[in-house]
Design a binder for this molecule. Sequence first.
Ligand SMILES: Nc1ncnc2c1ncn2[C@@H]1O[C@H](COP(=O)(O)OP(=O)(O)O)[C@@H](O)[C@H]1O
Ligand SMILES: CSC[C@H]1O[C@H](OP(=O)(O)O)[C@H](O)[C@@H]1O
Length: 399
Amino acid sequence: MSRYYTFNAADAVEYARQFAGVKDPQSLVTADEIGDGNLNLVFKIRDTAGVSRVIVKQALPYVRCVGESWPLTLDRARIEAETLLVHGQFCPQHTVNILHHDAELAVMVQEDLSDHLIWRSELLKGKYYPQAASQLGEYLAQSLFHTSDFYQNAQYKKAEVSRFINPELCQITEDLFFTDPYIVHERNHFDALLQPEVDALRADRPLLLAVAALKQRFLSHAEALLHGDIHSGSIFVAEGKLKAIDAEFGFYGPMGFDLGTAMGNLLLNYCGLPGLVATREAADGREQRLQDLRDLWLSFRERFLQLAADKTQDPALAIAGYAEYFLQQVWHDAVGFCGSELIRRTIGFAHVADLDSIADAAMRADCQRHALSLGQWLIITAPQIDDIEALIARIRQNG
Ligand SMILES: Nc1ncnc2c1ncn2[C@@H]1O[C@H](COP(=O)(O)OP(=O)(O)O)[C@@H](O)[C@H]1O
Ligand SMILES: CSC[C@H]1O[C@H](OP(=O)(O)O)[C@H](O)[C@@H]1O
């Protein structure tokens, strides 16, 4: 018999008193449910002075934004907590701290990041965090290198692959990224203005073949313990600081998926900026997003290569030049996955405010068309885009 029950605010306070590890537990008195993601409950626990002190996050046995008609495994809370604990071991400065978790109750207590802001909200306002993209590259390099075959003992890694088998959440990604947008499916939604572009996309055979190859890589390349959903809404920023949260889609997959998801969200903002802020600000913002893209990839690549030179354990993988060769494949994967993020966030199930919050319908449709055409182009030409400067040059040409 499971001990699981869905928490209310009082349960969340009581849980935090027992397990947050604060020195004055009785001073924790109220909880506000602040969840705005698609899946879970998130309680902010406050003390008698009204100061928010810790976060209690609990999975529901279904997808929150849909309801009980879409049941979903509670094991996602264990996967989230354990992924963040592993990533926190290798990159504590950029990973939210997990203070406690309980797999049966599908609950965890997290460090409260209320002194940070969600990166997507800041990008929507045109606020620039010049260090954020490099810090994200650092987080991805540390977490992906240290969970890969470069660093982990082969038998240990296989046990870890098994610990992080996450079939239900992976299936969501498999469907929402690589299948639904390319067929008629009830989960998709988009403005009727986009129907001609959507029809053309679904009839584009080279695109569908390239998407099939991306899906196959997602399904079968257990390269490292991914975050699995590292979009700008899963990242907290403050001046000079960055922390990743929300790793319930974690599993051993292709490294390029995490990089591509992060790059895709920078480009979704790039596409939306003309509809979000004034013309001059949009031009500056776009330059900043391209710089973010460059910083993200270059900081990831540089740190990964340094870690590979200093810490590769496997004697065959340590041969000079192999890490560079491997990263070239990661790069091509990342460009393709980036394109699939652009498309699925524009016409699939889960959209983003960078496009959908644009008030003017014609402008919104223009920005969405841009995201679709850029996504299509990235997926098809990924194998020919050799480096970050070539990518940036082509994005500029694309408008
Ligand atoms: N550690 C935290 N500190 C402060 N606020 C948080 C924290 N974790 C989540 N939140 C808030 O809760 C929201 C939803 O959290 P998230 O983990 O994205 O939920 P979901 O798993 O449902 O997507 C975030 O957008 C953020 O506003
Ligand atoms: C049915 S889950 C849809 C979508 O939601 C997740 O994002 P988040 O919970 O962080 O908002 C993830 O991107 C899934 O693809």
